[in-house]
Design a protein around this ligand. Sequence first.
Ligand code: ZN
Length: 243
Amino acid sequence: MTTPKTALVISAHAADFVWRCGGAIALHAEMGYQVTVACLSFGERGESARLWKEGKSLEEVKSIRRAEAEAAADVLGVHHLECFDLGDYPLHLEQDDKLRLVDLIRKVQPAFMLCHSQYDPYNTDHMYTTQIALECRMIAQAWGHNPGEKVLGAPQLYLFEPHQTEQMGWKPDTFLDITPVWDKKRAAMEHMNGQVHLWEYYTRVAQQRANHFKRNSGGMSGGRDCKYAEGFQSVFPRTVDEL
Ligand SMILES: [Zn+2]
């Protein structure tokens, strides 16, 4: 038996992994990848406006958001959802929290990682999370950190699409056709009852990115049809033997 391939998503808040890379998760899960999602917070303060307007308490908001994230993860075929529960707006990690994330990265040994854009003036939790992801990836690669453990190789870090895309300095270089798993992504989005206004928005985003997929896979000259796609920006170069 061969060891299954793995991937790791690092999500600042409970729902980010759904909007931004739910298709990638579902697609890779169907391909046999074990996808782990690390949610650093539930987005309880900053991304749950509807629940606060309904008069819910902090603990109620957190438990509703956790349940939504678990249901969405289930639909997407997430292998393991780890909720760090570190609080949001602002999200902050102490050294021990970072080392917990390093432990998770080393345990998962992902073939690739997914996280937020590097710049996000609307949501500093998002860009902070990517800074943390890079720092923890680096520590996980260090032979001198917890010697004897299996060190991390060099998984690509893909930055998934932010909200308010044009303001983020985010420039996708990879488009993934998620048409075969679109129903799963849509179903996962519909578990996010606190953010109903985003369901249609992220459906339109997926359709827009499908256009980029078509154009860049050959356009009018043999381009592959695609109805829904997700875009990603890679941080690290690829190593190849052939262009
Ligand atoms: Zn978020």
